[in-house]
Structure formats: structure tokens, C-alpha cells
Design a protein around this ligand. Structure first.
Ligand SMILES: C[S@@+](CC[C@H](N)C(=O)[O-])C[C@H]1O[C@@H](n2cnc3c(N)ncnc32)[C@H](O)[C@@H]1O
Length: 415
């Protein structure tokens, strides 16, 4: 009998605990002390539910930290891994998707709080978010339209930027570090982006009697240029509080240059074959249906020279989305949360003499989440793929974070 792959094996009795209770419990301490003995009630009893106590988070905060950040729309925590790498301490996190919250817990020992709008309703609610130096968020980008309205975003899902705005106005972090889809700046003929800029640069100043506003910079960067083995072009917005921003310093030019420089030097390119699990456990039902005979694709092309971009070597069916086959000598395609086709969400690759999708571990590595805990059925496989399709690439976020720290958070004593 075939054994069940470990990434499909449930490990925790989630249904016995409310996620919001776990969020409160795991946020109680500044750092996740969930796994330490000192996390006890006033009566001295351990508060950690026994089954959870056995887990060890994959990504730990550094013993010494020099700045604080919050992780909004956290997904699986790409900003958090990067922030922790550069000596940041995450003091609050929010994400409402049940499976993303589980995945986050298994990697950071903290369950994110749920709906962020519950934390922005009033000054009192906003005070439940601790003060922080950097506000991070890859905010949702669907239906981000303002057509027909001057300053409003029509679809409620598009209004989530305003949650960021409210938190920033209340807490005044030094830097806002945001991420979105590549063509975000062109969305709705640029109106969406203009509205965001207008709010951070002008409206916030008006609403705070000139006390606080931000300078907004942005650039589109590709993860392939930052030592990741997957292509992912995304827009990064860095907004610096105006009282800190130096007139001489053109952050946006720098951000552009940074992308270009990284492309040319410094960062060692990585290829997908370095992130492949040889003889990986493959779920037969889901992945083996992709096994093709050698004639089904351009077999001779499978050993193309290494390149930092996806290398297509053949197709299945009509070659539509999820039907294209790539060489592991190149990069993975941009993972997608919603894509269909036989090799939906990851694309198909020629590995170990057959064609298959990537495993969750391979997706994690390709996106810079080395050492991530993905092997559990607590998060169903399709949800895992969806999470990677929504996520930032750690390498890029970390590179920008390191520069944010260098320029705007140099001395912890200044906080
Ligand atoms: C584009 S993804 C960001 C993923 C994240 N940057 C990462 O690295 O994994 C947006 C996330 O926002 C979450 N989200 C949407 N609305 C939310 C809300 N009102 N409160 C909390 N999370 C929300 C979604 O569930 C989704 O995971």
C-alpha cells in the first residue's frame, strides 16, 4: 500500500481551538514565547495547549533585534521572514484566511489576528496594534477601481489600502513598505496609484495639521534578479515619513538603480534545479497524471544552458496556462494563486525523467523560504499552492528591508 505523503498528514487538532483565541494567546508576548515554559497564566499554569507545544517554528526572531515591524495581509509571512533576517521584531500580524493562519503559526509560532478592519474602527481599536517602526503589507489588489468616484474605492475589497492609511495616521511608523502586482501603478489609468500617493503625501498632512505625511517611491523588481529561482515581477512601494526623508536623497531613483545593479552584479544567480527535491514524495493522484512520454515535448531541449528566466521546452494539450513544460535549468514561472490547467499554479517541469508540478517545498525554496515547514496536511495542498501564488519572494523583500534599515532605522536608540 502506498504511504500517504507527509504533506497530507494532519498534525494538529485545529478544530478544538478558536483561531482568534490562539491569536490572542500567541501575541501576548512581544516575541512568540509560545513554546517557552515561562508562557504561563498568573496561577503559574502553562497556557500552551499540549498538541501545539510540540511544534517548533521554522523561522525564529534573532536574539537581538534593532527595530519593530507589523505584518499586515500577512499570507504565509514573506515580509516576516525577511524582516527577521535583518534583525527586525514582528509585534503584530493580521491575516484572515484560515489556512494561511495555520501555515503562519507553523512557521512563526504565532497565529495572525483576523480581519484587519476590526483593528481600525476606532482609536481604541487602533491602540490594540502596538507602536512599530515599519508597517509591511502586500495588500490585496483585486477590483481596485475608483472609476466614477473622486477619492473612494468602489469595491470594498479595494478599500484595504485605507486600513493601512488609518494605521499609519494613528501610529506614524517611520516607513511603510508595501507590495502589489506589477502593473499596479498603471491600474485605472494611474488613478488608483495617484489616490494612494495623494492620501499619504497630502491628505494625511491635512488631517494631522501638518504633523505627519509620507514620501512615496516605487519600483518594479523581478525576483529572478535577486537570487531567487522563480520569476516574479512586483511593484514595491517605500513610503518614508517626511520628517525623516532627506531632500537630497532620491529614494525612487535609488530603488530603480538598486534593481538594475542587482541584475548586473553582487547577487549570485540561482537556478531551479538547485531547489528541486530529488526523488520527492509525489502525491500520485495530483501529480502523476502529468507524466508524459518523451515524444510529448521537445525532449532535446531539456538540457538548455542555465538562464535566469523560465525556459520553455514543450507543451501539453494546447499549451494554455498550466500546460507548458519548463526546464529546471531556468527559473520557475510566476506562481499563480488562481491559475488552472493540468499543472495549475506552479507550471510543469521536466524532473527525474518525467514531467511534474513542483512540490510545496520546491515552491518555498524557489521563493526564498528556505527551511519552511510545509509538510503537513493541516493546510491542504491546493491551499499551499494558492498561498505561494499570493506571496512575496523573500529575497527581494529582504534586500529592500536591509536598505530601509540602513537609511531610516540606523540607530535603535533613536526610537
Ligand atoms: C496578496 S496576499 C499577501 C500575501 C503576503 N504578502 C505573503 O507574502 O504571503 C493578500 C492577503 O490579504 C488577506 N486579506 C484580505 N483581506 C483581509 C482582511 N480584511 N484582513 C486580513 N487579511 C486580509 C488575504 O487572505 C491574503 O492572504
Amino acid at each position: 500500500m502506498d504511504s500517504v505523503p507527509s504533506y497530507l498528514t494532519p498534525t494538529l487538532p485545529w478544530d478544538q481551538f478558536a483561531l482568534d483565541d490562539l491569536a490572542t494567546l500567541t501575541h501576548k508576548a512581544h516575541q512568540p514565547k509560545f513554546f517557552k515554559e515561562e508562557f504561563v497564566t498568573e496561577a503559574g499554569e502553562s497556557e500552551t495547549p499540549a498538541p501545539f507545544a510540540k511544534l517548533k517554528p521554522a523561522f525564529k526572531e534573532k536574539p537581538t533585534t534593532t527595530f519593530t515591524f507589523i505584518d499586515l495581509f500577512a499570507g504565509i509571512g514573506g515580509f516576516r521572514v525577511a524582516g527577521q533576517h535583518v534583525m527586525g521584531s514582528c509585534v503584530f500580524t493580521s491575516e484572515w484566511d484560515k489556512y494561511a493562519r495555520r501555515a503562519y503559526f507553523m512557521n512563526f509560532g504565532q497565529v495572525p489576528f483576523g480581519d484587519i478592519t476590526q483593528f481600525t474602527k476606532s482609536a481604541e481599536a487602533l491602540n490594540r496594534i502596538p507602536p512599530h517602526d515599519v508597517l509591511c503589507g502586500g495588500f490585496p489588489c483585486q477590483a481596485f477601481s475608483i472609476s466614477g468616484k473622486q477619492e473612494g474605492f468602489k469595491d470594498p475589497r479595494g478599500t484595504l489600502f485605507f486600513e493601512i492609511y488609518k494605521i499609519a495616521k494613528h501610529h506614524r511608523p517611520k516607513v511603510l513598505f508595501l507590495e502589489n502586482v506589477k502593473n499596479f501603478a498603471r491600474h485605472d489609468n494611474g488613478n488608483t496609484f495617484r489616490t494612494i500617493r495623494h492620501h499619504l503625501e497630502k491628505k494625511m498632512a491635512e488631517e494631522t495639521n501638518g504633523e505627519v505625511s509620507y514620501r512615496v517611491s516605487h519600483a518594479v523588481l523581478n525576483a529572478s534578479d535577486f537570487g531567487a529561482s522563480t520569476k516574479r515581477e512586483r511593484i514595491y512601494l517605500v513610503a518614508v515619513r517626511s520628517d525623516l526623508a532627506d531632500d537630497e536623497f532620491k529614494w525612487s531613483e535609488w530603488l530603480d538603480l538598486f534593481g538594475k545593479l542587482n541584475k548586473r552584479k553582487n547577487i549570485k544567480p540561482r537556478y531551479l534545479h538547485e531547489d528541486i527535491q530529488p526523488n520527492a514524495e509525489i502525491d500520485k493522484g495530483l501529480l502523476n497524471k502529468l507524466t508524459l512520454k518523451r515524444d510529448d515535448f521537445e525532449y532535446g531541449k531539456r538540457n538548455l544552458p542555465e538562464a535566469t528566466k523560465p525556459l520553455r521546452i514543450g507543451i501539453m494539450g494546447k499549451g494554455g496556462q498550466g500546460e507548458r513544460i519548463y526546464s529546471t535549468n531556468g527559473h520557475a514561472i510566476t506562481f499563480s494563486a488562481y491559475g488552472g490547467g493540468a499543472a495549475s499554479k506552479t507550471g510543469a517541469y521536466y524532473v527525474d525523467g518525467r514531467v511534474r508540478k513542483l512540490t510545496p517545498t520546491e515552491c518555498a525554496r524557489a521563493m526564498g523560504f528556505h527551511g519552511m515547514n510545509v509538510n503537513t496536511g493541516d493546510v491542504p495542498l491546493l491551499q499551499r499552492y494558492k498561498q505561494f501564488g499570493n506571496s512575496v519572494v523573500v529575497n527581494v523583500v529582504e534586500a529592500i528591508f536591509a536598505e530601509i534599515k540602513r537609511h531610516w532605522l540606523p540607530d535603535p536608540k533613536r526610537r
